[in-house]
Design a protein around this ligand. Structure first.
Ligand SMILES: C[S@@+](CC[C@H](N)C(=O)[O-])C[C@H]1O[C@@H](n2cnc3c(N)ncnc32)[C@H](O)[C@@H]1O
Length: 259
């Protein structure tokens, strides 16, 4: 995946390019990030990247011309790289995404869809955000982390990049593990245990030590349904459960109410 990132704080992206699973995906070439700083596209001697809003009010906005120039440069670079590596010439489909509290909230299914794309430009806002004309002319999609406001789009862009990396073929040690994560099948992940087998008098559910794969699968599904019922009942309401799932959830509820 080719990513062009427009940001006033490119150094922040070391968090995804140097560490963990996303760092490994970058080093192996699965994800290619190129950073574009609007400050490098200024033409005044102070290299200003912010400006006052018309009509007054608190705060500043990102200055329009450097922002537009850096978005154009990012789009060009990503499309050129994508065209060079692609089997076909479908390189013009690169979307410009603005990370914004006003966007659609990111969920696991949107991450899975976005992760299929071969290229994108991510715009990280700062200050009070961007001029509405940039929004109308340059931005294809707005995506949000949730209904709260953070100080800049960098953490949102890095969150998106990290989450998409989990769905790049070859990025995880075990291909299937992202599909077993919470939300991928609509449910929360079941509880997990590692060594030691006993700690401070707390053991591990016997079934996990049994070697009976079918019993373990059923136990995990039951716990996954139960965790979702207890912690995120809204997720269950949005699903239609299969017969086996209905039965296991009923058993979980009975066990839970009995204990
Ligand atoms: C202080 S915020 C601006 C908020 C803007 N004045 C508003 O109320 O809609 C600065 C930047 O942080 C980013 N940002 C803030 N909250 C976000 C969220 N929930 N999801 C994604 N990006 C966010 C956006 O890029 C935004 O331009």
């Amino acid at each position: 995946m080719q990513l062009g990132i427009v940001t006033l704080f490119p150094a922040m992206f070391a968090a995804v390019t140097e560490y963990g699973i996303s760092g490994r995906a970058v080093r192996s070439g699965l994800m290619n990030l190129e950073l574009f700083n609007p400050r490098d596209y200024t033409t005044d001697k102070h290299r200003s990247v912010d400006d006052k809003p018309f009509g007054g009010g608190p705060g500043m906005l990102m200055k329009t011309e450097p922002l537009m120039a850096s978005i154009a440069a990012a789009r060009r670079a990503v499309e050129t790289k994508h065209a060079a590596g692609a089997d076909n010439s479908e390189s013009k489909g690169t979307k410009v995404i603005y990370l914004s509290p006003q966007g659609k909230t990111l969920k696991q299914d949107s991450i899975i869809d976005l992760a299929q794309r071969e290229s994108m430009v991510l715009l990280c806002g700062r200050y009070q955000g961007i001029d509405n004309r940039v929004l109308e002319s340059e931005i294809d999609e707005e995506w949000s982390l949730g209904d709260f406001v953070i100080s800049g789009g960098e953490l949102a862009a890095m969150t998106l990049i990290d989450a998409m990396t989990r769905f790049q073929p070859g990025a995880l040690g075990d291909e299937g593990s992202a599909l077993e994560d919470s939300f991928s099948n609509g449910l929360l992940h079941s509880p997990e245990y590692t060594r030691p087998q006993s700690i401070n008098g707390q053991g591990v559910p016997e079934v996990l030590l049994s070697g009976d794969h079918e019993a373990i699968r059923k136990w995990r599904l039951k716990q996954s349904l139960g965790a979702t019922w207890l912690k995120r009942p809204d997720l269950l309401q949005a699903m239609s459960l299969e017969n086996e799932q209905e039965e296991l959830l009923e058993q979980f509820k009975q066990d839970y109410l009995r204990d």
